[in-house]
Design a protein around this ligand. Structure first.
Ligand code: AMP
Ligand code: MN
Ligand code: MN
Ligand code: MN
Length: 291
């Protein structure tokens, strides 16, 4: 028997990436993988880009997989990069599409600067190297540099790359100004969607800064927070379940899957949300495309 979408126990995977951003699979391959892994509600959430949504929707429909639109917006908050997931919005909304295009806009120049910084550390050809891994020319990301550094033998895996390079204080790191928190939340909610704080356990905020993020996010109209995600430690699950209750936010769940053999968590295989939590899909019900 299929569970009702209201259930916290639904195998929802509302966070993953295709080659339209920094994943390696096509939207169709992700849909098939989600279906094969028993996912009961799926969203593709490429970084700063909705170019894969139509393919995701059509593939999900063909597979009989309930689908909802998704995106992961890069935001700068208190000088730190924060990600805001949008779910269930109108993918053709003009302000959202324009806002995402503006957010993507600085990536090319940033990547060239990253390559210059890596060159100073003795690693040449970073820009052209990373570009070989890019499918969407508007979306060159640190992940593409990481894959280049692994395949050229500089590091053993992408996690080692992010320990040695591309993060603050290391060669290849270039500070960047993404969208504002208020703009990202408004683009999503004005397009009829629900805004969700992605993987809050990953940001290195003080308790005061984290309180500010949650409070301001709510004040702008944000409604959800990821609790169970492949980008969290297990100890984060209880911490952000409590934060969801404290701030009156709906809980979300998603693997943050990027690539076979690279992502630790595959689609649909995380623990369920705590049965006491209100899941974000309660609010998405009318926006879900049932096949
Ligand atoms: P960008 O949007 O270009 O800054 O790239 C951010 C992406 O880099 C994230 O979405 C992750 O896919 C990847 N990333 C960031 N930190 C790490 C890490 N420590 N290990 C593996 N991947 C990471
Ligand atoms: Mn990514
Ligand atoms: Mn993220
Ligand atoms: Mn992600």
């Amino acid at each position: 028997m299929t569970r009702r979408p209201q259930s916290s126990l639904l195998n929802a995977d509302l966070h993953c990436h295709s080659f339209v951003s920094d994943g390696t699979l096509a939207p169709e391959a992700l849909a098939a993988r989600a279906k094969a892994k028993g996912v009961e509600l799926w969203a593709l959430t490429d970084h700063d880009e909705v170019g894969g949504q139509q393919r995701a929707r059509e593939a999900a429909a063909a597979l009989g997989l309930p689908w909802v639109s998704g995106v992961e917006v890069s935001v700068t908050f208190a000088g730190v990069t924060v990600h805001i997931v949008g779910l269930g919005f109108d993918e053709d909304d003009a302000a959202l599409v324009a806002g995402l295009a503006a957010t993507r806009g600085g990536r090319d120049e940033r990547a060239r600067e990253m390559a210059r910084s890596l060159a100073q550390a003795g690693i040449e050809g970073g820009f052209e190297g990373a570009l070989k891994y890019v499918s969407n020319p508007q979306l060159i990301s640190r992940t593409h540099f990481a894959r280049f550094l692994v395949d050229s033998g500089v590091c053993a895996d992408t996690h080692a790359v992010f320990r040695k390079y591309l993060v603050e204080g290391r060669p290849g790191y270039v500070p960047h100004n993404w969208a504002s928190l208020g703009d990202a939340v408004r683009w999503i909610t004005n397009a009829g969607g629900v805004a969700v704080i992605a993987h809050p356990g990953r940001y290195r905020f003080t308790p005061n800064e984290e309180f500010a993020l949650f409070s301001e996010f709510k004040a702008h109209g944000g409604q959800g927070v990821e609790v169970v995600t492949g980008s969290h430690q297990r100890s984060d699950y209880a911490k952000y379940a409590a934060a969801a209750r404290e701030f009156g936010l709906l809980a979300s769940r998603g693997s943050d899957f990027h690539a076979p053999g690279e992502s630790a968590t595959d689609l649909g295989e995380l623990p369920s949300l705590d049965a006491q939590l209100s899941p974000v899909w309660e609010l998405l019900e009318r926006r879900i495309r049932q096949p």
